[in-house]
Design a binder for this molecule. Structure first.
Ligand code: ATP
Length: 585
């Protein structure tokens, strides 16, 4: 019952509608008592041969009026109670999704996407069921059960009532016991289904790798195994269901047998009429659902309670990246100054960055190069405020980035990662994702700068061509260029290309970098790359090694230094020449 207390904030807030619902339930329960009694009266009248035509008409009219009134009262409680339940789900869903958007990267590293989705769907449904089905089961077992019982005692016979309902508590106990067993089995079955789904998704997404490495048979065997497990678990659900139904029927039948035997005795001894026995049997049928409801109520509340706690735990998680409410509201402009002494990823003891000190004057370009995993992306993630737990500071336009409002800082940065995400929408909408009101002309200009313009023109529907899951597939290079166009459209003060040219050919890369240089004279750019030609024209190049700056300078200075940059540049030059030679030969 504690879930009712936990949800009391909502019941208090919505008490009027819930009152309407409960009144509807009371009215429905009271009206439901009338038809069985009328039928009993009719049976008695027929039995004694005293049924007058006008009495029959009156009773039929009363039955019709009761039926119409019941229709109205049912409509009343259904719309009120189910409506409130849906509203609660909406309130919690909005709160949870808003919370997700406010969380930092550490949160998304801690919780897997699948789990977060499960909380936002299954858990919220379980809570919704408390506010709908739970309230209904609670009110129904009390109201319908109570009024029917009173009708049986007061209108028919108290002794028959007591004897007939003796088996009923068994129904409640069974519904509770079996219900929780079925629930556990069902939860396992859901989990198995979700594992199977994940496996199918992984196999389909990774089909190229699977086939490329000749692992189809192994993958198929793994899939078969998952299917077999899922079927086994589903069989358990079916077995429990098959046990539950016949047992219920047995208990209900037992109650009917008792009623007929003892009721028959009462009729033959003249203690009740045959019409009363008929009414009683109808009332008995009306008691079955409230008894089920009592049993089911505990399961609904238990599941709702566990789900509510899980959702509240998530909502209690605080983002470590705090959006300063009094932070600077202006868009940052000017020099960028990194002075990061130390940074470690949350939950990781290793230092990912140490002594990262550099400046990028406004309008200049800095290049970051280094081995795989040296820390280039990490440096860039910090200015995007994905993590705040570093020692030191990063200033943009003289102000610590942690002292800007997020809404001021983030729109000033155009970040292009290596792997971009395309939404299932048109090319146009994908380009103007961060600036939905941009005109066609502006979109085209951005596409021109990222060297994508001609290719889009050649696509079946031009800018209306659908991409993403339901549209055409773009090549890796096209995706990267689309992402660059997306970032350029907001004309950011700082453009970050995080290995964002890795999939385009050298010629296109040169073209794009030339465009950026001429278009973004006043604006700052940071380019992280593996291909050194991407950064050779930068004002300063930093070679990152093991989270530290190992070399720094212009291209010429680094070549003279003769270190990692020099060796790598020569190697890449040689590779290009060899490739060029092969292509020509
Ligand atoms: N989210 C994370 N949590 C913990 N450690 C991480 C995380 N992301 C990266 N790392 C670690 O931090 C180090 C630097 O990674 P980073 O992605 O910055 O390297 P990189 O130089 O950008 O590599 P690449 O050139 O492959 O993109 C690596 O050792 C990596 O394993």
């Amino acid at each position: 019952m504690s879930i009712f207390v936990k949800l009391s904030w909502y019941f208090k807030q919505e008490w009027k509608t819930y009152m309407v619902g409960v009144c509807g339930l009371i009215l429905t329960a009271l009206l439901a008592i009338i038809p069985p009694r009328i039928i009993g009266v009719l049976v008695d009248a027929i039995h004694s041969g005293k049924l007058a035509a006008n009495n029959l008409v009156i009773l039929l009219i009363v039955l019709a009026v009761v039926a119409i009134a019941q229709y109205g009262s049912r409509y009343m409680w259904r719309t009120a109670i189910w409506g409130e339940a849906a509203k609660l789900e909406k309130v919690l869903r909005n709160r949870l999704f808003w919370h997700y958007t406010q969380m930092d990267q550490a949160f998304f590293q801690k919780y897997r996407t699948g789990d977060l989705m499960a909380h936002a769907t299954n858990d919220l449904s379980a809570i919704q069921r408390v506010a709908g089905g739970g309230i209904l089961q609670f009110a129904d077992s009390m109201i319908t059960g109570g009024t029917t019982l009173i009708a049986m005692v007061s209108l028919i016979d108290w002794r028959l009532t007591i004897i007939a309902i003796v088996p009923f508590p068994l129904l409640a106990v069974m519904a509770r016991y079996m219900g929780s067993k079925i629930h556990i089995a069902f939860r396992d079955s859901q989990a198995a289904f979700s594992r199977l789904n994940n496996k199918a998704e992984e196999s389909i997404t990774g089909i190229k790798v699977i086939k490329g490495l000749g692992q189809q048979k192994e993958d198929m065997a793994d899939f078969d195994n998952q299917v077999a497990q899922t079927i086994n678990i589903n069989r358990r659900v079916n077995r429990l269901d098959s046990l539950f139904d016949p047992m219920t029927t047995m208990i209900i039948s037992l109650s009917y047998v008792i009623t007929i035997v003892y009721g028959g005795y009462l009729v033959t001894t003249g203690q009740i009429t045959i019409g009363s026995l008929v009414s009683f049997v109808s009332y008995l049928a009306m008691m079955i659902w409230p008894m089920f409801a009592v049993g089911m109520l505990f399961n609904t509340l238990e599941r709702g309670n566990a789900s509510y706690d899980r959702v509240m735990d998530l909502l209690k998680q605080q983002s470590k990246v705090i959006d300063d409410p009094d932070g600077a509201n202006q868009s940052p402009k000017g020099e960028i100054k990194y002075d990061v002494q130390q940074f470690a990823y949350p939950g990781d003891d290793r230092l990912a960055l140490q002594q990262i000190n550099f400046e990028v004057p406004a309008g200049k370009t800095v290049g970051l190069v280094g081995k795989v995993g040296s820390g280039k992306s990490t440096i860039l993630r910090l200015i995007l405020r994905q993590f705040d737990n570093y020692k030191g500071s990063i200033k943009f336009g003289g102000i610590d980035i942690r002292h800007y409002k997020m809404d001021a800082l983030i729109p000033a940065i155009g970040y292009v990662p290596q792997d971009t995400f395309l939404f299932s929408d048109s090319i146009r909408e994908n380009i103007r994702f961060a600036r939905p009101q941009a005109s066609q002309k502006q979109v085209e200009l951005a596409a021109q700068k990222s060297d994508l313009f001609d290719q889009i023109k050649g696509m079946p529907d031009g800018y209306d061509t659908a991409v993403g899951e339901e549209g055409i597939s773009l090549s890796g290079g096209q995706r990267q260029r689309l992402a660059i166009a997306r970032a350029l459209l907001i004309n950011p003060e700082l453009l970050i290309l995080d290995d964002a040219l890795s999939a385009v050919d050298a010629e296109t890369e040169t073209q794009i970098l030339d465009n950026l240089r001429s278009e973004r004279k006043e604006k700052t750019t940071i380019i992280s790359a593996h291909r050194l030609s991407s950064v050779m024209n930068a004002d300063e190049i930093l070679v990152i090694n093991d989270g530290r700056i190992a070399e720094r300078g212009t291209h010429d200075e680094l070549m003279t230094l003769g270190g990692w940059y020099h060796d790598m540049f020569e190697r890449q030059e040689l590779e290009t020449k060899v490739k060029g030679g092969q292509n020509n030969g």
